[in-house]
Design a protein around this ligand. Sequence first.
Ligand code: GLP
Length: 262
Amino acid sequence: MIAGTSCEGAPRLEILADAGALARRAATLVINHTPARADSIYVFPTGKTPLGLYRELVATHRRVGFGFGGVRFFALDEYAGIARDDPRRLGRWLWQVLLEPMGVPRAHVVGFDPGAPDPDLACARVDARIAARGGIDLLVLGLGENGHLGFNEPGTRFDAPSRLVELTPETRATNAAYWDDRVDVPATAYTLGPRTLLAARRVLLLVSGKRKAAILDRTLNGPIDLAVPATMLRLHPGLTVLADTDATPPPPEPRALGQNDS
Ligand code: GLP
């Protein structure tokens, strides 16, 4: 069900009945976007929101053989200061839930090295590799409860490059839930920066659940502001927001007609 329509300068907002419908719609958009011989760059998030999408994609791969062809997958973000084989690695997570079951060759996956000796250089190389292949073709994002994108936390400049960042306490707390609060969430992480993210050709923002309703409202209707990094997406002409009804801001209260309205 499409509840919003696209218009110049406004993101296309599609409101889906529930998380299952959101996952199916997202899968349809990803599949339709992927030509058989694609060799472009995709960036997909970790987190809970996209898991339904990944289940749909894997099921479609198994049912009808849909695949990503030559698509290169670059990591959106990664914890820093952990070993390459650490079970907390976000790259390992995406590999397990999506890339390996989809038959993506390991050589087509580019991650951040969590122990890079020179983080600035490592990040500059990632940005340069993406730019050299023409930028990100399809960027799928989740929405942090504090408005972060990837690990671009509140206060991030909209022209920031990919880089090593400090995670906020709230992000560390929400990330701990991924591991049933059994592990320490690292204090620092790598993230693709807005400069690279905003240059993507197509952006899909997935938002699900009541816990996201307030931040989605600020993202769509609040001022475009560094305090809410996700508002930067409103500067992107190719943004589609898929949200379920739980995450969708209620419609504005009808205004009483006043003296100045005539
Ligand atoms: C995490 C990740 C993001 C993710 C977001 C939302 O901290 N760094 O890439 O999209 O927060 O996660 P979730 O879908 O679990 O709410």
